[in-house]
Structures are given as C-alpha cells and as structure tokens.
Ligand binder design. Structure first.
Ligand code: S3P
Length: 425
C-alpha cells in the first residue's frame, strides 16, 4: 500500500520512463523488420515486458542489455507459430497491435491477458481484421480474450473507424503491411500517430493526408530507435506542479508528439505556466524539456475534440480540477469506460471518498473547484493510472491518502514513488 502526504511545492529536474506506446511499437516493428535493432530508453514497465514475452513466444530473439534492448528481427514472414498461449498481461496495446500482425500470419495463435484485459472489447479490431480476411474467434463471438487468430491471404480495406483509437488504427495498418492493395484508415478525430511515424522511419510505404492514413504491402528495414520520456507519465508531475503555487519542475526529454500534447494545452487553458526548451526531433518524434511553474489554476470545459490527445491524462486532470477555481466539465470521453478500469466510475468513486464534489456523467464527469481534499483510503482497481492519480490527490490533501493495490503502478511507471519523493519539498 502506498501512502502520500501533503506537499508544499514540487521542485527539481527529473526524467520520466520511456514512452509506453513507442516502446511497444519499437519491439513489435523491430521484430518484423529485416536486421538487428537497438532500442534505447525502452520502458521496462510490465505492459512493454508483456510485448517482449509475446514476440519471444513467436520465435524472435530479444536481448535485454540493461541500457538497450536488442531485437533480432526476422522480417515480415519470420515469426513462427507459438507453442503456447501468448499472455498480453494488462496491455490493450499489446493484444490489439499484435492481432494486426498475427492477421498476416498463416499459423494459429491464442492471445489472452489478465482479468481486466479479458473484459475489454476486442470486436473493434476483430471486425476490420476479419474484413481483411483473418479468422478471429474468442469468447463473446471474438469480442473477449482469449482470442484465437489464424491469418494470411489478406486484402486491403478502406475503413472508417467508429472510434478514434490508435490501437484500432494501428492493428489495421499493421495488417495492411501484409495485404494486397492499399489499406486506408479514416478517423473522425486523429488518434496518436506513433505507428505511422515509426513505420515510415523503417521504410514502409505509408502516407497521411488530411488525417487519412494509407499503407501498401512493404518490407521493413531495422533501425536503431530512441524512445523519448512518456508524456502520460510526466503528466502526473506536470499537473501537480502546475496546480501547486511555488513549484518549479523540469521534466527532461519528454515526447511532444502533437497527437499527445493535449495535456499541455489543457493545463495552459487552466492558467498553468508551462514552457518547452531544448526541442529536437528523433525518429520523426518531437522531444523536449517541459518546464512548469506552479500557480492557481481555474476550471475549464474539456470536450470531445481534444479527448484522443489526452485520453490517458483525464484521471490526473480530474484531480487538479478539484483544487482549481471554478467547475471543470469533461464530456465526450466515453472511451474511458473501456480502459484498464472504467475510469469514469473509478475516478468519481475514489475522489468522493476524499471529500471531492464530483458527479459522474454518461460520457465524462463534472468536478467542482476549490475542494478541501481530505485524507482517506482509496482503491486502484488494479489500474496504474487510477493509483497514480490518487497519489497526486494525496499531495493536495489535508491528511494522508492511502492507495490499496498500488503495485499496478509498475505497469507504466515502475519508479513513480522514488521520482515523486525526489521532488516533494
Ligand atoms: C494507446 C492508445 C490509447 C491509450 C493507450 C495506449 C496506444 O488507447 O489509451 O494507453 O499505444 O496505441 P486507444 O487506442 O484504445 O484509445
């Protein structure tokens, strides 16, 4: 159990662990590239370790050298039928992106995950991958893991995605690498584009025009990859420091891909003082230092259009909205219901336990401002971002905040507690 006490300010310079989305993609795409790749800055969180385990199960040799991961890629058709069920653990990105690659393989694979992952919807990838020609079965007609995939003989589709989800888009694009014709994915609101950027860097025939992505069958050539810091992990520190007057925090070498920086836009709209320094580009991804100075924030409305650019940051945004001046209303965020937990219900339930005035909406929540947060005992529901959001509540609370089942933080941020301790003044 983790216990967090009130902080007066946050101060210092820290790095955050590698980007989770990019770490997954680095291992997956290196495995199906020709040649050997070195991945630096890889996130050794449980989710990304699940991806490594799955690709080892598919016959790829992956070495962990401490400061780098070495992947001996075997090209598009180098994977072999696994001897056992593959376990994606808690990771939606692992099971959904992997399914796209498996749709291109003529052998059979069974993929499962933990209790949370086994309750999350897979129809969103099964439907388009079946249209491309793959066979996908599972509980609830293929909607729930364990899922069984036999692929091969794919044909391109033109897919208008009903959800703005990078996991869905990526699964289709990865299957597109194995398909005859031009595979096209359209989204109403653009989701994160790390897959497109990395595929391009590895030589795929992929293009984006007016938010429409198209890909043709192409070979990938191994490249060394540097993973930037994860803005979704940095967000817990950024948001807390922004809302705590007197704070001064520098978060070094964080990924600043515009499809992920909604958190910076929202914090600025709430009145935060945030600047970016030392900006550079690597592997097509913007990277820079984020400098945050603490001040009093105000509540705002957060609506559908920006949600995909900050989907994983909503739990921590809800927390600082509780100490900002005025009401914050978050809508158009029903995707939160199918994350590692139902993040609308879990956040509202746990915030209420700490005396915060918050109301659940069908597609978001309404948070009153200037709450006096009290101490108390909260639950993580096995969801890493709920556990960390509750820890941030503790920094603002009048008494200690305890978080039960906080081990799940290791899914995305293994040294969260040490990093937090280092900046609390
Ligand atoms: C991710 C995409 C998002 C995000 C998840 C990681 C990815 O999910 O919530 O943490 O790496 O592609 P959706 O694509 O389902 O929105």
């Amino acid at each position: 159990m983790l216990t967090i006490h009130k902080a007066h300010r946050l101060e210092g310079r820290i790095t955050v662990p590698g980007d989770k989305s990019i770490s997954h993609r680095a291992v997956m795409l290196s495995s199906i590239s020709k040649g050997t790749s070195s991945i630096k800055g890889f996130l050794r969180g449980e989710d990304c370790l699940s991806t490594i385990a799955c690709f080892r199960g598919l016959g790829i040799s992956i070495e962990d050298k401490g400061d780098e991961i070495i992947v001996h890629g075997k090209g598009l058709y180098g994977l072999k039928e696994p001897e056992d069920v593959l376990d994606a653990g808690n990771s939606g990105t692992t099971i959904r992106l992997l399914s796209g690659i498996l749709a291109g393989q003529e052998f059979i694979t069974i993929v499962t995950g933990d209790k949370s992952l086994r309750s999350r919807p897979m129809a969103r990838i099964a439907v388009p991958l079946r249209q491309m020609g793959a066979s996908i079965e599972g509980r609830d007609y293929g909607n729930l893991a364990p899922i069984v995939i036999r692929g091969g003989n794919l044909k391109a589709i033109d897919y208008d995605s009903p959800v703005s989800s990078a996991q869905v888009k990526s699964a289709i694009l990865l299957a597109g690498l194995y398909s005859e014709g031009s595979t096209i994915v359209r989204e109403e609101i653009t989701s994160r584009d790390h897959t497109e950027k990395m595929l391009k860097a590895l030589g795929a025939d992929i293009n984006t025009e007016d938010g429409v992505v198209s890909i043709k069958k192409s070979e990938l050539v191994a490249q060394d990859i540097e993973v930037p810091g994860d803005i979704s992990s940095a967000a817990f520190f950024m948001a807390a420091a922004a809302a705590m007057p007197g704070s001064h925090l520098v978060l070094e070498k964080v990924g600043l891909n515009p499809t992920r920086t909604g958190i910076i836009d929202v914090l600025k709209e709430m009145g935060a003082e945030i600047t970016i320094d030392n900006l550079f580009i690597s592997g097509g991804e913007e990277i820079g230092d984020i400098i945050v100075k603490g001040t009093k924030l105000r509540g705002i409305n957060i609506t559908r259009d920006i949600i995909p650019r900050l989907i994983d940051e909503i739990p921590v945004i809800a927390v600082i909205a509780a100490v900002a001046e005025g009401k914050t209303i978050i809508t158009g965020a029903e995707e939160l219901k199918v994350k590692e937990s139902n993040r609308i219900t879990t956040m509202v339930t746990e915030m209420k336990k700490l005396g915060i005035q918050v109301k659940e909406l069908p597609d978001g929540m309404e948070i009153e401002g200037l709450n006096q947060i009290t101490g108390g005992t909260t639950e993580s529901y096995g969801d890493h971002r709920i556990a960390m959001a509750m820890a941030i509540c503790g920094l603002f609370a009048n008494g200690p905040v305890k978080i039960n089942n906080s081990d799940c933080i290791a899914v995305s941020f293994p040294d969260f507690q040490e990093k937090l301790k280092a900046v609390i003044k």
